[in-house]
Ligand binder design. Structure first.
Ligand SMILES: Nc1ncnc2c1ncn2[C@@H]1O[C@H](COP(=O)(O)OP(=O)(O)O)[C@@H](O)[C@H]1O
Ligand SMILES: [Mg+2]
Length: 351
């Protein structure tokens, strides 16, 4: 029996448009001799649109048809038949953060990528860093706080930050991605400004000590026995890797493989696997690191649904490691089925 892949794309998030690009690329790369593909577009309001099954190649016009499919379906209709896998091509909140994953768990469907725990812990930079610290992974110094603490006593929050961290600092909403709402602050005045802005995007804020460092990334795939790709390096043209340089300029240089020593590569790989296991990741993740001038390796973050167009870092890392884009998609679908089978071993009753 053929397997049906439900491709979820779009989504109620700032990365909606990125997801559209990814969906087009995945639709064109997936092995249609092996899989039936059901595109499901999630619009900006969170409504699901289920159009016709995928047939042949997809261009922008075809993608628009999928987007305009007027049938707005309930997510619960996904339980139709057997041999189904869901591939959430969604980034950011409402897609990469465990919410969609929780729904798919309840529906008992295999799905590509990380489960609820890894997705939600990976999305919240404060929770993520606490788990990394517990696992003994080196990272930048940071302070986390919530809106209420800020509103109640700004002086106290500032004092705590200035006692713990040296300027410059990076102020970030804890739960976004794509560098949205992130600002660098070099003094108290800028810090307050940056916090005020970040609070527009989240009620949880993280402030980190800024480091001068190269940005090194590695791809990880697998379930119980994660494997790593070669490492890549990002060289942003702007002061830091902000939203504009990620999605609009397109001229941020990606160097793959990155020019690092074997020792550095091995340490990054070891740290990436440790982080992957600490968060209980499955399927895939991209782990991002800072490599300082003293060759200190600090973990920056995990992306549980990394950029996934054919020209994004994650697929390129794997292509350079011998796994091309269609094979990567196949592998992820297989891993989803494997993890789902692993779960069927769990007993839910005892007597
Ligand atoms: N502590 C830091 N020191 C130096 N640069 C940083 C620091 N934190 C973030 N940056 C810069 O900001 C970018 C975005 O921050 P990041 O934490 O990766 O957020 P996002 O989840 O939005 O990608 C990084 O790629 C890096 O260029
Ligand atoms: Mg990042």
């Amino acid at each position: 029996m053929r397997t049906k892949i439900h491709l979820l794309f779009g989504g109620k998030s700032a990365e909606h448009n990125v997801s559209l690009q990814t969906a087009k690329a995945v639709m064109n790369a997936v092995d249609q001799s092996k899989y039936d593909v059901q595109p499901i577009y999630i619009d900006g309001k969170g409504l699901w649109h289920k159009g016709a099954l995928l047939e042949g190649k997809v261009d922008d016009a075809k993608l628009l048809e999928y987007k305009q499919a007027d049938e707005s379906v309930s997510p619960l209709t996904l339980t139709e038949t057997e041999n189904e896998v869901v591939f959430p091509l969604l980034h950011g909140p409402n897609g990469e953060d465990g919410t969609v994953q929780g729904l798919l768990e309840l529906l008992n469907l295999p799905y590509v990528g990380n489960g609820v725990l890894a997705s939600s812990a990976g999305m919240d930079k404060i929770a993520m860093k606490a788990i990394f610290a517990q696992a003994g992974l080196a990272q930048v110094h940071y302070v986390g706080f919530i809106r209420k603490e800020w509103e109640d006593n700004k002086e106290n929050v500032v004092k705590n930050i200035e006692q713990t961290l040296n300027y410059p600092v990076f102020v970030k909403p804890a739960n976004l991605g794509s560098s949205v709402g992130i600002n660098k602050a070099t003094n108290r005045e800028k810090l307050i400004e940056a916090i005020t802005e970040a609070l527009q995007f989240d009620r949880r804020i993280i402030v980190e000590e800024g480091v001068t460092a190269r940005e090194i990334e590695i791809g990880v795939i697998g379930n119980e026995e994660p494997e790593c790709s070669v490492v890549g390096e990002i060289v942003p043209k702007t002061e830091f890797y902000d939203y504009q340089s990620k999605y609009e300029d397109g001229d941020t240089a990606l160097i793959i493989p990155a020019d690092v020593s074997d020792d550095i590569y091995n340490s990054v790989r070891e740290m990436a696997v440790k982080a992957y296991k600490a968060l209980d990741c499955s399927g895939l993740a991209r782990m991002d690191f800072f490599l300082t001038e003293n060759n200190e390796i600090l973990i920056n973050e995990v992306n549980t649904m990394p950029g996934f167009t054919p020209v994004s870092m994650f697929p390129l890392l794997w292509e350079n490691s011998g796994l091309d884009y269609p094979s990567l998609i196949n592998k992820l679908v297989e891993l989803a089925i494997e993890r789902h089978e692993e779960k069927t071993k769990i007993r839910y009753t005892f007597d």
